[in-house]
Design a protein around this ligand. Structure first.
Ligand code: PSU
Ligand code: MN
Length: 301
């Protein structure tokens, strides 16, 4: 059922580096028209590391691994592009619907295509107020049973970060900081939480991936938590202030389910004069490059 782009399929057959990219950040995480420029820029960054980009999305019911220019444009500009987590994939396929894939849906489709490395901004996780809403991103459960390496700037700082880290521990998902002993905070270099393991080079990450394979099941993910450079992070005091207001407005307007994360990301961008957007993009760029380097290191070991 998967439609794998020729370039991606050939690279995978030759054992050359490939990096999967998600599309929810393009369709629902970034404002137009900047989102389309960013989508193209991220693919270029993967290529600059001598890896092949594979942006993943569903178009007219078909799951695509690797999009051409027109397809990328549809995801960035078309109205009615849905947000698809992995549970939505069969429904979208049967309905012939088009949608952007979240981390969980992207990881599932990437693994099915044989891609091992995936880059995004920040993972979904346990939302604040989760004892009431039970809002925990499907990203976590899927990563507990998918053999993929996700390079991210931690989990989104709009979440309950300690609760998310606890869930990752319970679910048995491997987590390592990249060049840091602190768990990154998406817009911030440090979430305030520590990590148990630190990796320093792409080659070290590749060795962990090989060890996962040698140890066998369960087929869980490796999270490589790569902080945004401190000089490009959002001012922590501004972040705390605006996030508090955003969470209040989200509750007052009774926004729930899939709409929560896009609402909060947009709220932060609007109320920081775009500074949160720049920090988000700086984090994603760093993650995409590192993912390219990890994919290259993996092709060598
Ligand atoms: N990273 C970003 N921006 C985003 C996302 C990640 O920098 O918009 C998306 C991912 O697709 C992730 C989703 O899977 O947000 C989480 O949404 P939810 O909390 O509804 O599971
Ligand atoms: Mn959610």
């Amino acid at each position: 059922m998967l439609v794998v782009a020729d370039e991606v399929r050939e690279a995978l057959l030759d054992g050359r580096p490939v990096v999967a990219l998600e599309s929810t950040i393009i369709a629902h995480g970034l404002p137009r028209p900047r989102n389309l420029r960013v989508a193209a820029e991220l693919e270029k960054l993967v290529r600059s590391e001598d890896a092949v980009p594979a942006t993943i999305a569903v178009l007219d019911g078909h799951p695509y691994v690797g999009l051409d220019k027109q397809q990328l444009e549809r995801i960035a500009t078309e109205d009615g592009i849905r947000k698809l987590s992995h549970r939505d994939l069969p429904l979208a396929a049967a309905a012939g619907a088009s949608g952007a894939t979240t981390v969980s849906a992207t990881a599932l489709l990437a693994e099915a295509a044989g891609i091992r490395v995936f880059a995004t901004g920040g993972l979904g996780g346990v939302h604040r107020g989760w004892t009431q809403t039970q809002d925990e991103s499907a990203d976590l459960g899927l990563l507990a049973r998918t053999r993929i390496t996700v390079v991210c700037a931690g989990v989104k700082s709009i979440l309950d970060v300690p609760a998310t880290l606890q869930r990752l521990e319970t679910l048995g998902v491997s987590v390592a900081g990249f060049g840091t002993e602190r768990f990154p905070g998406f817009y911030l270099a440090d979430s305030g939480e520590p990590v148990d393991w630190t990796l320093h080079t792409p080659a070290e990450v590749a060795r962990v991936m090989r060890a996962q394979d040698e140890l066998g099941s369960p087929d869980s993910a490796l999270i490589v938590a790569n902080p945004v450079p401190e000089e490009e992070q959002l001012d922590p005091a501004l972040h705390a202030r605006v996030l508090e207001n955003g969470l209040r407005e989200c509750a007052e307007r009774k926004i729930s389910g899939q709409a929560v994360t896009p609402f909060l990301l947009d709220y932060l961008a609007r109320h920081t004069e775009g500074a949160s957007l720049e920090a988000n993009l700086a984090a994603v760029r760093g993650n995409v490059r590192l993912a390219g380097q990890i994919a290259a290191a993996l092709a060598e070991v």
